[in-house]
Design a protein around this ligand. Structure first.
Ligand code: HEM
Length: 488
């Protein structure tokens, strides 16, 4: 009777969502893809449906392959679907848990989100930062003109300098900037620390207590060094703003305006410090991927490029660069920006959420503590929503029956939805519009005159980037060249 009772009490209230058969103890570990996981999850979706579950070493993973499920669960039931998974190595030991993206759902989360909303959450709040974007993007054009082969570096540099100026009023040095370097290092170490299966301590948390000198505990030295990089990433730019404020010469920035309140508690100061660091770490790498995707798409789809250029020529003319005020008059460029965000999404699997209460959805059991992954790539390539989804075709968003705006999906869902989406959208627009106005982007040709076909291939990881591809970037005309040189 006792055993029967036990059996009865542990039986789930409903079946788990379907998925590949799990082995005892290790579950689906051996099934888990290690590269471009979104593609495997999409393939599995064809077998198991939109709503799937996996078990990895006892951890339930829920995969959502449709926007309907993502909205119904992460948005409509957001009071229980808004936590983040616990990451022992990256979060606890290295210290990333204090940044917004890994902060558990709760009061601290709410106060950082509130700061973000006030600073960059609305069209009017970001308006004051648009001139910085325009100025820095104009400089970007000049760098590209001078060294087109280094396009990927120019994109990264520009995104970094925009976000550092907005967050801290810090103007990046032209060559090797110490703050940019420390942030690049920290974000790279974050990827290493969160690589699935890289650290045993994520599976056996007690290993956290082993002493550093023990054979095999080298990872602890690594963790300590990564933790120092993270501390520098957070403190160095903050010290800069504080020094500037003390000297009365601080440029306007998000951190400066938040720190201006003379009655801040120590806790509020700490929250501001981490909010600013979250802004930088969330904003530096993401728009970079989207803008590089834009260059890839323009290399592959010359007819789209010509159409967008014709629109800019007609609306803006050739005597000045486009600006944010032109946006409402450039419907094709607007559609092109949407297609950049849809065609190869920056975060193909979003950022995982964690469920804080047991739930039953569509008759399936989601136990408390499950990690929920939205397959944003699949949602943006769902044939029920997008026709010929692998094609780059901005026209899908125009006409009498436009397809669904991808910005409803590509920035995630519910209370965790990307707080930088308005800023990201503005940055991507201005980069696309200004680049189209002055450059012809085309396939590169080798020394023998053979065309170098770019391949559409993307890196794995939370933020996915196009792998480097050959392309040719030239000023559209002598007038365009003069405009770039005079623009800053
Ligand atoms: C094309 C550009 C971008 C894309 C596609 C993107 C996408 C996303 C996604 C999918 C999430 C997770 C949402 C969820 O959990 O459901 C996220 C979170 C976040 N994003 Fe973005 N993002 C972009 C740009 C930015 C920018 C420019 C910033 C900062 C200025 C930023 C800051 C953040 C932060 C701090 C979070 C964590 C939010 C939280 O956990 O509450 N992102 N983003």
């Amino acid at each position: 009777v006792f055993l029967l009772k036990q059996l009865f009490s542990t039986r789930p209230p409903a079946p788990y969502p379907p998925g590949p058969k799990a082995l005892p103890l290790i579950g689906n570990v051996l099934d888990m893809p290690t590269e471009q996981e979104w593609k495997t999850f999409s393939k599995w979706g064809q077998v198991w449906g939109d709503f799937m579950s996996l078990n990895v070493l006892g951890q339930t993973l829920i995969i959502l392959n449709s926007s309907k499920l993502a909205i119904e669960m992460l948005d409509r039931k957001s009071s229980i679907y808004s936590d983040r998974p616990f990451l022992m190595m990256a979060g606890e030991i290295v210290g990333w848990k204090d940044t917004l993206a890994l902060t558990p759902y709760g009061d601290r989360f709410r106060s950082i989100r509130k700061m973000f909303h006030g600073a960059i959450g609305t069209k009017s709040s970001i308006a004051r930062y648009l001139p910085v974007e325009q100025r820095e993007t104009a400089k970007f054009l000049k760098r590209v003109l001078n060294a087109p082969h280094a396009i990927a570096d120019h994109i990264r540099w520009t995104a970094g300098s925009i976000i550092l100026e907005l967050a801290y009023g810090y103007k990046v040095k032209e060559e090797s900037d110490p703050i940019v370097n420390v942030v690049d290092q920290a974000t790279e170490q974050f990827s290493l620390a969160t690589a699935p299966g890289a650290f045993l301590v994520d599976v056996i948390p007690a290993l956290r207590h082993v002493p550093e000198w023990l054979p095999g505990a080298d990872w602890k030295k690594k963790a300590a060094s990564w933790s120092r990089t993270l501390t520098d990433m957070v403190n160095v730019p903050l010290d800069f703003v504080q020094r500037q404020m003390a000297a009365g010469v601080a440029a306007p920035s998000i951190t400066q305006s938040l720190l201006e309140n003379p009655e801040l508690t120590a806790e509020e100061r700490s929250t501001i410090k981490w909010a600013a660091a979250s802004l930088y770490s969330g904003g530096a790498d993401t728009t970079v991927s989207a803008i590089y995707t834009f260059y890839l798409a323009m290399t592959l789809y010359p007819e789209v490029q010509r159409k967008a250029q014709a629109e800019i020529d007609a609306v803006v003319g050739n005597d000045r660069l486009p600006n944010h005020q032109d946006r409402q008059h450039l419907p094709y460029v607007e559609a092109l920006v949407k297609e950049v965000l849809r065609w190869n999404p920056v975060t193909p699997l979003g950022v995982p959420h964690r469920v804080t209460e047991d739930d039953v959805h569509e008759g399936y059991y989601i136990p408390k503590g499950s990690v929920v992954i939205t397959n944003i790539w699949q949602i943006l390539h769902d044939p029920r929503t997008y026709s010929d989804a692998l094609e780059f075709n901005p026209s899908r968003f125009l006409g009498a029956q436009p397809e669904q705006d991808p910005r409803s999906f590509c920035f995630g869902f519910g209370r965790r939805v990307c707080p930088g989406m308005k800023l990201a959208d503005a940055s991507i627009f201005i980069s696309c519009a200004m680049s189209l106005a002055v450059f012809d982007i085309a396939k590169a040709v080798d020394a023998c005159g053979a065309v170098l076909e770019p391949t559409v291939d993307y890196t794995s990881g939370t933020i996915s980037h196009p792998k480097p591809f050959p392309c040719s970037i030239k000023a559209r005309s002598l007038k365009a060249e003069a405009l770039i040189r005079s623009a800053e």
